[in-house]
Write a protein of this length. Structure first.
Length: 162
């Protein structure tokens, strides 16, 4: 008999697999302190495609992790970008880039950052993509607190229908 037990500790998940009485422990990337920054941002770039309209007896497609380039800026307001004709795409961002990171094949990325507020854009071709805003019109905002790894999910959904 095969069982999977998950324990939630803080913001990290530790998996314990029970298989025929043998224990095996696995630790996700975000918990590996020797490789991970102690303060900053980590998370996934996910892509949502296809028909996402809810319908009876039809499950929604889950977004999948994708490799991508993420541009991190000090928090950016809508007044600081030059929009493209397509919604959520921007030709330019009028702010200095703090850091550029790349997600792996599962979409996972991490960046060591100082305490503060940041905007995260996914590069798509020669455009920047950011679909979320907050009540202050900040694009794709994320806050880094002292000694904390802030978890974010950047969902790219321009190929989806809602």
């Amino acid at each position: 008999m095969k069982r999977k037990i998950l324990f939630l500790v803080g913001s990290s998940i530790f998996g314990v697999v029970l298989l025929g009485g043998i224990f095996s422990f696995s630790t996700p990337k975000s918990v590996l302190t020797s490789l991970s920054p102690s303060q900053g941002i980590h998370g996934y770039v996910l892509e949502s495609k296809g028909n996402q309209m809810p319908a009876p007896n039809r499950p929604r497609h889950k977004p999948k992790g994708i490799p991508a380039t993420i541009y991190i800026f000090p928090v950016v307001n809508l007044s600081q970008v030059e929009p493209d004709l397509k919604a959520s795409f921007y030709k330019s961002v009028h702010a200095k880039v703090v850091q550029v990171v790349t997600s792996d094949s599962t979409g996972y990325f991490e960046a060591a950052l100082d305490t503060g507020q940041y905007s995260l854009f996914v590069r798509v071709g020669d455009l920047y993509y950011a679909a979320q805003t907050d009540q202050y019109n900040h694009l794709a905002p994320a806050t880094v607190k002292p000694s904390v790894q802030t978890y974010v999910e950047l969902v790219v959904h321009y190929k989806a229908t809602f």
